[in-house]
Design a protein around this ligand. Structure first.
Ligand code: GLY
Length: 395
């Protein structure tokens, strides 16, 4: 806890996605007074936020893009923290559908196979654990994969959780720890006095706080009162998805599978989540025929057994994209205003490191080393502090 506090700070969290709720839960459990505000019902389609729309993959390796070595380190750190996070959250808030079968990336053509060989070399060069499989070996693991599957990589460390179970588990854990969640309470403004955040204005009134955490996903740059240079440079990156009903007693897949143009994520209740488009369309709502066609065709090529299965649902959501596709974690130049957003494709995976980084900053006054490269000041001229210089509260 920063020296300026004689008691644990009162914290207002803007945004009830997994990061906002996770930070709030840990702070409440540590004895802070915590209030989370969200403009909608959390974890429902009422808000097409990434926490609800996501596939829940903990896919540090499958999501690893060339040139993203720094982000890979953060993703791996978070992946290492997930098993303990699951144990703590399930004890506090109930089941979250964690599965550890791993992830298969499959090749359907000779080009795909060559690409997989290069990918395997790149990942092994970083010491990542990979199993290279023939098509037959891949089908031995997942018999419903198409005969056209020529080769596959297996990433044993890329697991999954059911994000639609994580949100309610976090809500229960937060309540059990004494935190408060205010739904349908839009934050209209963060009030600053002398360069220090002092309160948030919501559709329910003014709420004073010692610390404000801005964790509003793709909407994080839309809150009034935050100076221009401290507005997180996030934009919505739209993703369309759908779900198909498998027989839960005889699912078509057990591993998460990535095939060209698509990923397939089997849930224990029989849902097969299929995603996702990546679209720069602002906050344009809705699914499109082209989006669904592309996903279904790519899924059917890898897993033709979906042909006769029922479509359960389709939806869209908005990833909070940042200029370098990596999150913004830490202080702003407004004292006592912290930022946790910009997680782009990795919001669920990065939940444990996000929670640990922001809680460490609030409770100990220090941004952990793993989070320093993701300081929000990397995009602007805000002073780059790794520890909080929390102004004392006095409300
Ligand atoms: N992490 C999966 C996606 O963003 O589509």
């Amino acid at each position: 806890m920063p020296a300026s506090y004689s008691k644990k700070p009162a914290v207002a969290v803007v945004g009830g996605g997994v990061c906002g709720l996770g930070i709030a839960w840990r702070l409440a459990a540590a004895g802070c007074e915590v209030d989370v505000f969200d403009r909608a019902e959390v974890g429902t389609p009422a808000s097409p936020a990434a926490s609800w729309a996501a596939a829940g993959m903990l896919a540090a390796q499958a999501e690893y893009e060339p040139g993203e070595d720094g982000l890979l380190g953060l993703c791996r750190e978070s992946q290492r923290r997930w098993p303990a996070f699951v144990r703590d959250l399930e004890a506090a808030g109930g089941a979250i559908g964690y599965r550890d079968e791993g992830t298969l990336v499959v090749a359907l053509t000779r080009d795909d196979t060559t690409r997989l060989h290069h990918e395997a070399e790149r990942q092994r060069a970083h010491g990542l654990e990979i199993q290279s499989l023939s098509g037959a070996e891949a089908r031995h693991l997942e018999p419903w994969l198409a005969p056209a599957v020529q080769a596959a990589l297996r990433y044993p460390g890329d697991h999954q959780v059911d994000n639609r179970m994580v949100v309610p588990a976090l809500v229960r854990a937060l309540a059990a720890a004494g935190g408060r969640l205010h739904q349908n309470a839009a934050i209209t403004r963060i009030d600053t006095v002398g360069g220090t955040a002092r309160s948030v204005q919501t559709s329910h009134g003014r709420h004073p706080a010692d610390v404000v955490v801005l964790a509003a996903g793709a909407w994080s740059n839309q809150i009034d009162g935050v100076p221009e240079r401290d507005r997180p440079p996030v934009r919505p990156v739209k993703g369309q998805m759908l779900a198909i009903r498998m027989n839960p007693a005889a699912p078509l897949l057990n591993h998460v599978v990535w095939a060209p143009g698509v990923y397939l994520v089997p849930r224990r209740d029989g849902r097969l989540v299929i995603g996702a488009t990546v679209e720069e369309r602002g906050f344009e709502p809705g699914t499109t025929a082209g989006g669904m066609l592309g996903l279904l065709h790519a899924a059917w090529r890898a897993l033709p057994g979906i042909q006769e299965l029922a479509i359960l649902d389709s939806w869209w959501g908005f990833r909070p994209g940042s200029p370098d596709d990596a999150p913004l974690l830490g202080p702003s130049s407004v004292a006592n205003l912290l930022v946790a957003t910009g997680h782009h494709r990795n919001g669920i995976l990065l939940l444990p490191v996000t929670v640990d980084a922001i809680c460490s900053l609030i409770l100990d006054g220090t941004l952990p080393g793993f989070a320093v490269p993701f300081h929000p000041a990397r995009f602007g001229d805000a002073p780059c502090r790794t520890s909080t210089s929390m102004a004392s509260a006095g409300h």
